[in-house]
Design a protein around this ligand. Sequence first.
Ligand code: F6P
Length: 320
Amino acid sequence: IRTIGVLTSGGDAPGMNAAIRAVVRTALGKGLRVRGIRRGYQGLLDEEIIDYSARDVSDIVQRGGTILQTARCEEMRTEAGQQKAAAICKKYGIDGLVVIGGDGSFMGAQKLSHLGVNTVGIPGTIDLDIACTDYTIGFDTAVNTAMEAIDKIRDTSTSHQRCSVIEVMGRDAGYIALWCGVANGAERILMPEEKDFDEKAIIADIHACKERGKKNYIIINAEGIGDSINMAERIEKATGMETRATILGHMQRGGSPTCKDRMYASMMGSIAVDLLVQGKTNRVVGYLEGKYQDFDIDEALAMKKTIPEYQYEIAKELAL
Ligand code: F6P
């Protein structure tokens, strides 16, 4: 390996910059050349490729977003797009590529690996929905950002004795909802993994909570369930309790990364380069069972992840 390329792809996540910095500096430290690829696979196809020095990644470890910018790229899903991307890597001498993103981004890396470009993926998504790892870059920051916002909503919700339906991100996964549900002491957590919830039971529970002297009722609703605005209207109508919906939205993806996100992202960035230097390809770095590990991308994509049921049960018990 002589030249390593690095790109961020899919939704951005706080901590991606720490991973970029680690990739660049580890590779430079090993005497390799580093090329940053702007705007994910789209930027690769458009040949938005820049040389990186150690100073180009100064002062970014603490910054949210990704200095490389990102994109979701349809063309990379096609065989023609994949062939073109591999040819561009060859043209620029990129023989090792680090892809920071989610499952969709790893599929691109898998294809490029089959076309002769050595690739390593690093899990970067606030959703925590990558099966081969207990940690994904950005989740910790996002969940803390959401938690702080929900604390604020709770203040006003309690003052007005309201019900608050608060929608958090997570795409088809309920991890942000579950963690906020526990950390914010929500009365209800709605997640796509537990789709068969009964709104009538929630309404009955709101009445029961009022009887028990509760001053407000917080529902954390995952975007995989969605419909928060209509849900709030239905709840208000059925219970007579004033109800407001808040969709936290993209504020959850921004902001300065937490220490945990900076630390794990830095380790993963450095490990990814080590793997490429060892001649490995089609790998993804994960943090599983208390240690950093790497997996074959094909195997990683086939792995399944389930939400820890006991955590959901405990959250329900604690909402007494
Ligand atoms: O995957 C990260 C994520 O923020 C999801 O939680 C959400 O569903 C999606 O991206 C939003 O994507 P976009 O920024 O393209 O609207």
